[in-house]
Design a binder for this molecule. Structure first.
Ligand code: ADP
Length: 169
């Protein structure tokens, strides 16, 4: 059984086995939660991301996929980087967003992580409507077959927190 917890705040302050990053396909850093993770986690994360780009991920990480690195100075063992879809009004990309949650949990299982913190993937610069993103996040985690014992959604602002809370009820 995976329990789902909700927290409002900054994901880089969480103590968990793995923190999920809403990365971009370059894996080389960006704004939003990605920028915050690299800032607080320090250069060790970027160094491992660069090595991934130089080896298996020459073209970057595809949307909906996930890969782990060290968590550097964060209070976690790993950062799991996943690339959410950019929202499109003309194409349904919900399967790609669901894949981010599923693949991140698959990587967490491979690592042996038991507690995993997720941000609201794609709801920032990638403009996914919060309501849809929250429903996909909660449904996908609820349906996942995983050994992860606790999934913690860490929502940056009150509106995101309330939207996720409504989905959980
Ligand atoms: P994306 O490109 O996937 O949309 P963003 O980082 O722009 O990623 O935004 C994803 C979500 O993360 C947004 O809801 C944003 O408010 C939130 N966010 C930004 N910084 C943090 C943080 N430090 N901790 C948790 N969530 C954050």
């Amino acid at each position: 059984m995976t329990t789902i917890e909700l927290v409002q705040g900054d994901i880089t302050r969480e103590s968990v086995d793995a923190i999920v990053n809403a990365a971009n396909s370059s894996l080389l850093g960006g704004g939003g939660v990605d920028g915050a993770i690299h800032r607080r986690g320090g250069p060790a994360i970027l160094e491992e991301c660069r090595k991934l780009r130089a080896s298996q991920y020459g073209k970057g990480l595809r949307t909906g996929q996930a890969v782990a690195t060290t968590a550097g100075d964060l209070d976690a063992r790993w950062v799991i980087h996943t690339v959410g879809p950019v929202f499109s009004a003309t194409e349904d990309r919900s399967a790609l967003l669901a894949s981010c949650y599923r693949e991140s949990l698959r990587v967490a299982d491979e690592l042996g992580a038991r507690t995993v913190a997720f941000p609201a993937i794609s709801t920032g610069v990638y403009r996914y409507p919060l309501e849809d993103a929250a429903r996909i996040a909660v449904d996908t985690v609820r349906a996942a077959r995983t050994d992860v014992e606790e999934v913690r959604f860490v929502l940056f602002d009150e509106r995101a927190y309330e939207t996720f809370a409504r989905q959980l009820r």
